[in-house]
Design a protein around this ligand. Structure first.
Ligand SMILES: [Zn+2]
Ligand SMILES: [Zn+2]
Length: 339
């Protein structure tokens, strides 16, 4: 089978690999689609280090069980995964904070993931509930968003919200935040430099979009009477995004630095100024079992528009092109097609 292997920083290659063989209790997933995630781009770039190459990347997958050696898993079931395989037993795991488990194995991070025609779901992952089945009514095009939507739902629960929200970036994550924010009946704005992404935000029902030019930011601040209650940064948190977030938030408001940051990026603040501005600064990352379950239910109930998000498809052999497209923010979401 074809698989895209993250070999080391800066090196991603398409390889011919044997279809994974199963141990007792494992299941084999045939991949229909796998989303290209910003964290994969950042790992290849060397900006983040929670990957163990060489590994087949890909953790936002939609597939079908084609072989099962587990009594609870049936051939033909539509599945995705909770890609954080953890011990299931420590204090973190018991608190639904699997991401802080000290025995974590990430699908597409540490063990082979979905940028391939097939992947093996280990028994341990199935036993700890990390194989997620969905009804046939959910298309692969929707299913690949179950994990990233779960990250957004988790962040929405953690963020201090009041009446108005500004979302930085109208990539797939920003567009999911936009919809969750509207669902929560908050006044919702998106700031995004690319016109095609601003129109995608309009399509999913944002109240207003703004470019990030100085002029547009001025207009935003006037329109919102000094800024919004909450800023969620769903973009790469470089210095420009950080500065923008602080311009958009009102005194006493909350900023959630959800997006990843370039390697070495620091958050420098004047503490006295920060104190009297009364800002609430925070970060959210990943998902919980609870938020993935909520996300699954939202897909089943068809409560979120995902079609405008999936714009660009690439074969596994075209992964370099796919990554390039995602990096230059062509379209909204780029995906790999499993065969
Ligand atoms: Zn992801
Ligand atoms: Zn654990």
């Amino acid at each position: 089978m074809k698989a895209a292997v993250f070999e080391e920083t800066g090196r991603l290659s398409v390889q011919d690999k044997p279809v994974p063989s199963l141990n007792p209790g494992d299941a084999l997933i045939k991949v229909d689609l796998c989303g290209i995630c910003a964290s994969d781009l950042a790992a290849l770039n060397g900006d983040i280090t929670d990957y163990s190459p060489p590994v087949v990347m890909g953790h936002e997958l939609a597939g079908v069980i084609v072989e099962s050696r587990h009594p609870d898993v049936k051939v033909g079931e539509k599945v995705t995964v909770n890609p954080m395989l953890s011990c299931g037993d420590c204090d973190s795991c018991r608190a639904d904070l699997d991401k802080y488990c000290s025995n974590i194995e990430g699908i597409g991070h540490d063990i082979d993931g979905g940028y391939a025609e097939y992947l093996r779901m280990p028994k341990h992952g199935i036993d700890t509930g990390k194989l997620i089945t969905v009804p046939d009514t959910i298309s692969p095009e929707e299913l690949i968003f179950l994990e990233p939507l779960g990250c957004c739902i988790n962040a929405m629960r953690e963020t201090i919200l009041d009446r108005s929200v500004a979302i930085l970036g109208a990539g797939p994550i920003g567009l999911m935040f936009t919809q969750l924010s509207k669902k929560a009946e908050l006044q919702t704005f998106v700031l995004e430099p690319l016109a095609h992404r601003r129109s995608a935000a309009d399509e999913v029902g944002v109240d207003a979009t703004f470019d990030i030019t100085a002029e547009q930011v001025e207009t935003f601040i006037e329109k919102t009477d000094g800024g919004v209650d909450t800023v969620i940064s769903a973009t790469v948190n470089n210095q420009r995004a950080i500065d923008l977030a602080f311009k958009l938030v009102r005194r006493g408001g909350c900023v959630n630095f959800f997006g990843l940051a370039p390697g070495g990026q620091e958050l420098r603040i004047n503490l006295e100024h920060f104190h009297y501005m009364g800002h609430k600064l925070m970060a959210s990352w990943a998902f919980s079992r609870w938020s993935l379950n909520e996300s699954r239910q939202m897909l089943i109930d068809d409560e979120i528009k995902l079609k405008p998000l999936l714009t660009d498809r690439f074969p596994i052999e075209g992964i370099i092109e796919g990554f390039e497209n995602a990096r230059k923010q062509g379209g909204v979401k780029s995906v790999l097609v499993g065969e």
